[in-house]
Ligand binder design. Sequence first.
Ligand code: ATP
Ligand code: MG
Length: 389
Amino acid sequence: MARLTIRKVRKFYDKVEALKGIDLEVGEGEFCVFVGPSGCGKSTLLRSIAGLEDIDEGEIAIDGAVVNDLRPRDRDIAMVFQNYALYPFLTVFENIAFGLRARKTPDAEVRERVHRAAEMLGVTPFLDRTPRQLSGGQRQRVAIGRAVVRDARLFLFDEPLSNLDAQLRDGMRAEIKRLHQEIGKTTIYVTHDQIEAMTLADRIVLLRDGQIEQQGAPLDLFERPATRFVAGFLGSPQMNFIPCQLQNVDSRLEAMFADGRSLRLPSGQTKAISTYAGGSMILGVRPEHMRLATLGATARLNEAPLRALIDLVQPTGSRTYAQFRLDAVEVSVEMPAHSVERPGAEIDLLVDMDRVILIDPDTDHVIPHTTASSNTVASVSPKAAEAAL
Ligand SMILES: Nc1ncnc2c1ncn2[C@@H]1O[C@H](COP(=O)(O)OP(=O)(O)OP(=O)(O)O)[C@@H](O)[C@H]1O
Ligand SMILES: [Mg+2]
């Protein structure tokens, strides 16, 4: 097991600054997920850790020892590449065995480990084939096999499930998590899929444009996003973002929308955000934090009523999502699966105001309010040789 420390790492590709000063600590045995939109620098950071990219500034240390000048093969890292990087002329068996052979592992042990990995990954029937005789998903599993047979101190995965169909992806995701639980190796896993990040990670590192936007435990990021970007990235369907004005009404703050509708904020929040009264805000609310006010139901203390005219209904099987307009914004709300509401229906919603966030439109930062606990480890950045592995 290993501890990874990244200090002030910068990386340029000519004039493109792919990493803009990354500071990160990954603890022993931790499962850390790098997530973020395409081009944000996930692969570059992972490849820099592996030693496949030379960094321009900063330090990368494993267990306290700086590895900047170590060759990839000497860093004792096993990596699964985004593009598989399999050897076309070797069999599946030899591809999986490659890292073990390179380290002069005894034959019997090679056989045992390869067969165990092949079983787990469901590629045993293909061990005698070459990669070109496999589908994309099968190749990806072989690439995973090549890494997991190794006894490396650090495991790096670059979008290992991106070419699998949905069912296989769910199965493999569970296998990878189980594998980590069993062997407990420090793992860094790259994905642009927020569900994968939420389900796998001990810690999510959300990258944006070469910088860390926020990092923390999955539920910390989900429940206490520091910026609009984080709030919008995690969660599906996305959080709704609705422009509003903060107004003081009877010494309580209300979020007023342009069409006259409003939501009253809990008194606990009023104090923390009173300096923003009179200003423009973005109100963020997740679809699951609004509920249909059924006949006779009473609102809880933290709930505020909102009347809505449904214009679209989207069943997904386990849940149904209804959409309505609030000013110019199309707002999505989660309903029971068998909801009978139809487009054109007027409904009464109750909004859980404890879960609502307010975003300063000038900075895109979430305004901290008193009801949220602040035990997050979030840090908000200012706006603004493969064969060896
Ligand atoms: N070899 C290269 N030469 C020049 N620019 C590069 C090179 N590799 C990456 N980049 C640029 O660096 C930035 C980060 O790329 P990177 O591959 O790390 O993104 P990513 O987050 O892994 O994206 P994806 O989700 O699409 O894989 C991008 O702007 C990309 O165009
Ligand atoms: Mg990538």
